[in-house]
Write a protein that binds this ligand. Sequence first.
Ligand code: MUC
Ligand code: MG
Length: 371
Amino acid sequence: MSKITSINTFIVDIPTIRPHKLSMTSMSVQSMVIVRISDDNGLEGIGEGTTIGGLAYGPESPESIKTNIDKYIAPLILSKPIDSINAFMQLLNQSVRGNYIAKSAIETALLDLRGKQLGVPVSELLGGACHQKLDCLWVLASGDTEKDIAEAQKMIAQRRHCHFKMKIGARAVADDVAHVKAVKQALGSDISIRVDVNQAWNEINAVKGMQALQDAGIDLVEQPTPAKDYAALVRLSEKFNIPILADESIADSQDAYLLAKQGFSGSVALKIAKAGGLKGALDVAAVCAASGIDVYGGTLLEGSIGTAAALHAWSTVPNMQFGTEMFGPLLLQDDFTKTPLKYRDFGVEIPTLPGLGLEIDEDKFTQYVRK
Ligand code: MUC
Ligand code: MG
């Protein structure tokens, strides 16, 4: 059995194609933690741990992800034989609390390495793909109504995306609703529009906002209220026909169980970063399936590596009712892999080569790696 000989981490900064404005931050660059794990046969597994806006989105930053892998996580698995990724993850979960994004990066790199050792794609290590291609929406977040309309029209004409999610919550409810309504009217009734409030509303504003968005024909409202306020999410899901998607509220399968137990009738965004890896996210999907809760393949705006990892996981979920938003690489000005993901016909293909199915372009990697 081959052994792990090195675990190296890097922060890679790549500018975005335009400012990406969320309720809690505006992004102009994405900082990805890339993990490279080698074995004694010269094979390498790659993983990615990425968040949004430093510490604006959640409790892990690119710098903490890198430091905690280097100091606490890597020594637990270095020099060990890579016979069971489940056993490695159990050890990590016993020894390191939280740090879900760091764990997701490590699990991804281990799965990529194991897939390359066995000559099979990561989806096969997870039991096999049910889908070869998944729907993929695009997020409109320029902050400007006319720019958002032009951007969406271009994506539709290119047959790249026909579902859109709009980031709102930074402005007054009435201003946000007017912005969303203008985009919906310009694009027409056939084009699906959703919104993501990223926890910015209290329940009173959520009632006002959701009523107006429902009346305007918006298809879904994501995380209107604060993550921990499960009772508000349950009340809102009972009050409105417009579906609610829980995002920041649900990290792992225990969260999904607790929300389902309270009677939540909405849907849940799966993210490998929130759940501590691919298997953790699939556990969330299993709890949702058992509870009658629909799922959606979510992103923390990862580049190609994290996005490919999530796609392998989502490909094994029989029913991804709300599609996916695995567009992260397209928001970045450049890609340091030689094997870009294939976006076509309003969706994205699941890679089929061994491991994640990606290869790093070393020159570009060196160009963007933080010195
Ligand atoms: C989120 O909260 O959904 C996903 C897409 C995007 O633009 O931001 C992320 C995070
Ligand atoms: Mg969200």
